[in-house]
Design a protein around this ligand. Structure first.
Ligand SMILES: [Zn+2]
Ligand SMILES: [Zn+2]
Length: 269
């Protein structure tokens, strides 16, 4: 873990959802890195995935704890209470500081299926719900993704191409296939019109699945060409991965001519 003086990270999970560490342990880590702003983004409740998401009761406890930490560490670090709202999350988001809108599940065959649990689970879903056609799965994924800002009122677009999590180690489809390219481009172009920033998300790198962030280089180039904005996110599930590989991402942003923006809300006093 390297120092991150003055940096910010707004995609951070804790033991309130599927993260390893307590929120206060994460704050301590952020302080030790010299971070300036820290945003928590617990997985919002979904009715079908209690293991990964906050229950309604845990959601209230989460808000109280982040508010307590915000007061306790005032003057040392600015703390924000956000949420990672899934396409199928069912609780309101109005009282959060910001919303990361993410697609984690597809619905098919009477059930919800996680796209980023394991490659075998994703393969089984493609077989069961899409007749073994991975491009039909990708088209369904990107149809949902294209709608994520409207559905969740996201301030930030989370891991745009999460379905590629296993593409380096156990590829299930070709990201250069014309159907994949068409589906991903259509969703990207629809979301560019919203003006919301896309995450450059290093969470799958810190967890050992990928060597590059989401979204792919091809998609980042398209965001750059069309004047879209990006924001850096670690998608941390433990306290020691805050701002993970952000320096490399800044170099990538510079080389592609991407617009790096700050979280789109005013800092709270
Ligand atoms: Zn996510
Ligand atoms: Zn996340």
């Amino acid at each position: 873990m390297s120092a991150a003086p003055g940096q910010s990270d707004f995609h951070v999970h804790t033991s309130f959802c599927d993260g390893r560490d307590t929120a206060e342990a994460v704050v301590q880590s952020a302080l030790s890195l010299g971070m300036k702003r820290l945003g928590f983004s617990g997985h919002a409740h979904t009715p079908f995935d209690p293991a990964a998401c906050m229950s309604p009761e845990a959601t209230e406890e989460y808000k109280r704890e982040i508010a307590r930490l915000r007061e306790k560490y005032k003057g040392q670090i600015e703390i924000f209470c956000g949420v990672e709202q899934d396409y199928f999350s069912d609780l309101p988001t109005e009282d959060y500081d910001y919303v990361i809108g993410s697609v984690h599940y597809l619905y098919g065959g009477g059930d919800y299926h996680c796209v980023d649990w394991t490659a075998d689970r994703l393969r089984a879903m493609i077989d069961r719900c899409f007749g073994g056609d991975p491009y039909a799965m990708a088209e369904a994924y990107f149809r949902q993704e294209a709608d994520i800002v409207r559905k969740t009122n996201a301030s930030v677009i989370g891991h745009f191409d999460l379905l590629t999590k296993f593409s380096e180690q156990d590829p299930l489809f070709d990201e250069e296939h014309p159907r994949y390219v068409a589906a991903s481009n259509a969703a990207l172009d629809a979301l560019l019109k919203t003006g919301r920033p896309f995450e450059i998300n290093t969470g799958a790198i810190s967890r050992g699945y990928r060597t590059t962030p989401y979204p792919s280089l091809r998609l980042l180039r398209r965001i750059a060409e069309r004047g879209g904005q990006v924001i850096l996110s670690s998608d941390s599930h433990q306290a020691d991965t805050l701002c993970f590989r952000f320096e490399e991402c800044r170099a990538l942003i510079g080389s592609l001519g991407l617009n790096l923006c700050q979280m789109p809300f005013p800092a709270k006093a």
